[in-house]
Design a protein around this ligand. Structure first.
Ligand code: PGA
Length: 249
């Protein structure tokens, strides 16, 4: 059985005090054993205080990005070693905003993913097509390629440590989510791709989320799909009550 995973991607939002306010509110409402695994991905500046604040709870910490080198002259970057030091259990890699605004390539995404695995941090790797690519009928081909490159060189023992987030770019922050059925279809394709690279048995155990304008109002549509194992949530994760409603939805 795959455990559902719901991750809050705060992007470039929240100061330390705002982050701590959120955690306080969430802590007062969560049960010790939530059905879904809950991950909070604050900006780098709030990782340490949030890490301290969630100690002893069921909440997990995630970073929004990472660099693939361990240390050295890479001004402005954050290494997997540093994330490990803060008890980061997860890190997002290949988010479409990183790919788009910061020109991250599939090869870099692969390097980051493997560097995280080397440090025992679980990658949440994002894949997804633009509206143009979707309209040109390229979704399947593109997503398959993104998955193949992301997993290049990842041994079969590590595969189930990776979470995949299918995030169609046209659905991110637009209020226009994919339909549950459509997201389920693409996620099924991602699972078959993993089946071809590894085995159906392994693919069956990999968690694949949907992301893109998920809200408390539409989460049920995704939760009832057999291939979808939770959500990566941006805008609607900024409020503790709405994040929790999604996590339980
Ligand atoms: P959104 O963002 O929920 O605001 O659409 C999702 C994401 O970018 O991960």
């Amino acid at each position: 059985m795959r455990r559902k995973i719901v991750a809050a991607n705060w992007k470039m939002n929240k100061t330390v005090s705002e982050a701590l306010e959120f955690v306080d509110e969430l802590k007062s409402s969560i049960r010790e054993t939530e059905e879904a695994e809950l991950v909070i991905c604050p900006p780098f500046t709030a990782l340490y205080p949030v890490s301290r604040a969630i100690e002893g709870t069921c909440l997990k910490l995630g970073a929004q990005d990472v660099y693939y080198q361990e240390k050295g002259a890479f001004t402005g970057e954050i290494s997997p070693l540093m994330l490990e030091d803060l008890n980061c259990a997860y890190a997002i890699v290949g988010h479409s905003e990183r790919r788009g605004y910061f020109k991250e390539t599939d090869i870099e995404v692969n390097k980051k993913l493997r560097a995280l695995l080397d440090h025992g941090i679980r990658p949440i790797v994002c894949v997804g097509e633009t509206l143009e690519q979707r309209e040109a009928g390229q979704t399947e081909e593109l997503v398959t390629r993104q998955v193949e490159i992301a997993f290049d060189g990842v041994g079969q023992n590590d595969v189930t440590s990776v979470v995949i987030a299918y995030e169609p770019i046209w659905a991110i922050g637009t209020g226009r989510s994919a339909t549950g059925e459509d997201a389920n279809r693409v996620i099924g394709l991602i699972r078959r791709t993993l089946g071809k690279i590894y085995s159906d048995e392994i693919a069956k155990n990999v968690r694949i989320q949907y992301g893109g304008s998920v809200t408390p109002d539409n989460i049920a549509e995704f939760s009832r799909q057999p291939e979808i194992d939770g959500a990566l949530v941006g805008g609607a994760s900024l409020k503790a009550s709405s994040f929790l409603a999604i996590a339980r939805g």
